[in-house]
Design a binder for this molecule. Structure first.
Ligand code: ATP
Length: 327
């Protein structure tokens, strides 16, 4: 079983908590909040991967979790998918508790992990059919649902070709079809466009957007690409060292920084005694007039750029196998 499959019937919880989904008040999954994490912690031995994370994803939005390598994004996503065990009353998906109602949570979500989740030695259709079986899509509906999922990502014509003949962008779209075949209410994507060329990146996003528009599905996505977050996410959370340091729409975050810069420039102008050179003061003023980018916001909040921590991002990107073809 790949990481991408979170089968409804496979309870992988090491803590052995039961599933109270069918008896819960919230069993219909009706909740204005698609995802909620309250003070979520997760450690691997001595490494604190997630450190008191508070997160609220609203139903129907595209929420981007941004952060450098090692910020804890994947770990947080895996806690929400129930692939990593969490204590009760910390993580909820459409009101269902990820510890107590694991099966109910799994039935509501589709997950495209960073690692490859398509099998090179099967056709596109066979790959999606496998996910349809794992996710318990009723047998009589299966063929139609598989065809529909392939159609949504524009892979109908290539459906009966082996996945090893697909380009990197096609593989990512195939993985999207795998996650969509169970008609999830929440789609979680971990670095969906990493390693793809700009055209393939925008194609993947166009397909995500089209499904979102058609179904009202909620999307939670992690990305390093600020331009994508800016263009496609309704709101973003800037994550660093296991927690969110800034949250809002890209426009709000940029405007907040612009205001802070203006206030600082005013302050410097008023005091005039800060010892800063005329040149520095001038550059501060000029800065306060330009609209900052999300990268500027990130740098301001955590004191560094997205690509500066961890040092292994390029390695990760270069080893992301869907960047080329399946071997
Ligand atoms: N299975 C594991 N065992 C030990 N440490 C881990 C494991 N998975 C993640 N970590 C550590 O937890 C921290 C957070 O990692 P995580 O993968 O969640 O970050 P990320 O923001 O998703 O980064 P990336 O973009 O590289 O995936 C890092 O310090 C990482 O080394």
């Amino acid at each position: 079983m790949t990481d991408g499959a979170v089968p409804a019937g496979d309870d992988g919880d090491a803590t052995g908590t039961g599933d109270a989904g069918s008896t819960s008040d919230s069993s219909s999954g009706d909740s204005a909040e698609a995802v909620s994490c309250r003070a979520l912690d997760y450690s691997f031995g001595d490494t604190k991967a997630v450190d008191g994370l508070d997160l609220s994803v609203r139903t129907g939005e595209i929420f981007g979790l941004l952060g450098p390598n090692g910020a804890g994004k994947t770990t947080a996503i895996r806690c929400i998918t129930t692939l990593l065990p969490v204590p009760p009353d910390i993580v909820k998906v459409f009101g269902h508790d990820a510890a107590k109602e694991k099966m109910a949570v799994r039935r509501l979500l589709g997950y495209v992990p960073q690692q490859l989740s398509a099998d090179a030695a099967m056709t596109g259709r066979e790959n999606v059919t496998l996910f349809a079986r794992v996710f318990d899509v009723p047998r009589r509906e299966r063929a139609a649902r598989v065809a529909q999922a392939l159609d949504v990502v524009d892979l109908s014509d290539a459906a009966d070709r082996m996945a090893q003949t697909y380009s990197g962008g096609m593989i990512r779209r195939l993985e999207l079809a795998q996650a969509l075949v169970s008609a999830p209410r929440l789609l979680m994507l971990d670095e969906p466009t990493i390693g793809l060329d700009p055209i393939a990146r925008s194609s993947v996003w166009e397909h995500i957007n089209a499904v979102r528009r058609a179904t009202g599905m909620t999307v939670l996505v992690t990305t390093h690409y600020m331009d994508e977050a800016e263009q496609y996410c309704d709101r973003v959370g800037l994550m660093h060292r296991g927690r969110i340091h800034a949250l809002g729409t890209p426009g709000e975050l940029r405007e907040e920084l612009r205001e802070r810069r203006r206030a600082e420039a005013d302050e410097a102008r008023k005091s005039g005694t800060t010892g800063e050179s005329a040149e520095t003061a001038e550059s501060g003023e000029a800065r306060s007039d330009t609209v900052p980018t999300l990268e500027d916001v990130f740098r301001d909040v955590v004191g560094q750029g997205l690509e500066e921590e961890g040092g292994t991002y390029r390695d990760v990107r270069s080893t992301r196998r869907t960047a080329s073809r399946l071997g």
